[in-house]
Design a protein around this ligand. Structure first.
Ligand SMILES: Nc1ncnc2c1ncn2[C@@H]1O[C@H](COP(=O)(O)OP(=O)(O)O)[C@@H](O)[C@H]1O
Ligand SMILES: [Mg+2]
Length: 294
């Protein structure tokens, strides 16, 4: 039996792609990390976009989408930071970067000290850590309502043109913290049965964070992943998702493409590993759609 659609709170779909403007009152407020936009005191500066790539399910293409979209943005000249919040560290190792012994978020040092350049110009990684204790520490700080994490994730990351946060497959404290520090949510949905099942909880969490911080977080969109045009199932799932979520679903779909799954083992994005592949084209198109919301 097909799952029924989750109840989608209207707060989630509004505003679509809406983003905030931060009024920076002191130059000292501007974090000094690469990609910083400086300006005169009191001038209104647009903060970079911080996209939280989240879905409570595993294996739906979060890491793949965060990594390849980040690479596509970097190819387009955007200073991009990929933040790895998943203890599996696939976003980190997928670009040939070693996981950190301690997660940069639990270190007392500025995030900028932990950022690693990849071989792709404009693309930087904030490595994840495999330490379960680090994850617990980050979560504990989040529960305690510490402003530090949000400051790290929000203000600290605002200096980049784009920041993509690869979330773990859960709606636990880490994902909540990532949402709270982000300006947008991007949700990959895999074209499979039960694609919408379980999304209600995820959407509830997104709505909670939106309500806690009015005007800060918006929904940049849903991207359909592992799309196989030859399968009736894919067509059914796509129709169902588009029917239910409407205009927040990106037009671009990410095809199932072996080049996409091979690229991380070569420490590259699919755009660099197989530039002519369907996967590379799709992530380039997705990037254009995301940038259209600027
Ligand atoms: N478009 C795609 N084509 C083929 N394989 C894909 C595609 N997207 C993801 N995969 C593969 O599916 C698996 C799960 O993807 P991943 O991005 O790690 O999901 P998540 O981060 O949501 O757990 C990985 O092995 C990945 O290589
Ligand atoms: Mg992942």
């Amino acid at each position: 039996m097909k799952p029924g659609p989750p109840t989608l709170p209207t707060a989630v779909v509004s505003p679509v792609c809406g983003r905030d403007v931060t009024i920076v009152t002191k130059v000292a407020d501007i974090p000094m990390v690469p990609g910083v936009r400086s300006g005169p005191v009191g001038r209104i500066l647009r903060v970079g976009r911080i996209l939280c790539v989240a879905n409570q399910k595993g294996g739906v293409g979060k890491t793949t989408t965060a990594s390849n979209l980040a690479a596509a943005l970097a190819h387009g000249g955007m200073r991009t930071l990929l933040v790895d919040l998943d203890p599996q560290c696939n976003a980190t190792t997928g670009f040939g970067v070693a996981p950190a012994a301690m997660h940069p978020l639990v270190l007392e040092t500025p995030l900028a000290d932990s950022i690693v350049a990849t071989s792709l110009p404009n693309l930087f990684v904030l490595p994840g850590s495999r330490s379960v204790r680090d994850v617990e520490r980050i979560a504990a700080r989040s529960r305690a309502g510490s402003a530090m994490l949000e400051q790290h994730l929000g203000l600290g990351l605002a200096a980049w043109d784009y920041c993509l946060i690869d979330c773990p497959p859960s709606i636990g404290d880490l994902t909540r913290t990532a949402l709270a520090g982000s300006t947008e949510v991007l949700m990959p949905i895999q074209c499979e049965y039960f694609a919408l099942e379980g999304l209600t909880q995820m959407i509830e969490v997104i709505r909670d964070v939106m309500q806690e911080r009015p005007g800060r977080l918006s929904f940049s969109g849903i991207v359909l992943t592992m799309h196989d045009a030859a399968l009736e199932l894919t067509a059914e799932v796509e129709a169902e998702v588009r029917d239910f979520f409407g205009e927040i679903v990106f037009q671009t779909v990410i095809p199932r493409d072996v080049a996409v799954s091979e690229a991380p083992s070569h420490a590259q994005s699919v755009l660099d590993y197989a530039p002519r592949s369907r996967g590379a084209r799709a992530y380039t198109e997705l990037c254009m759609e995301v940038r259209d919301c600027e």
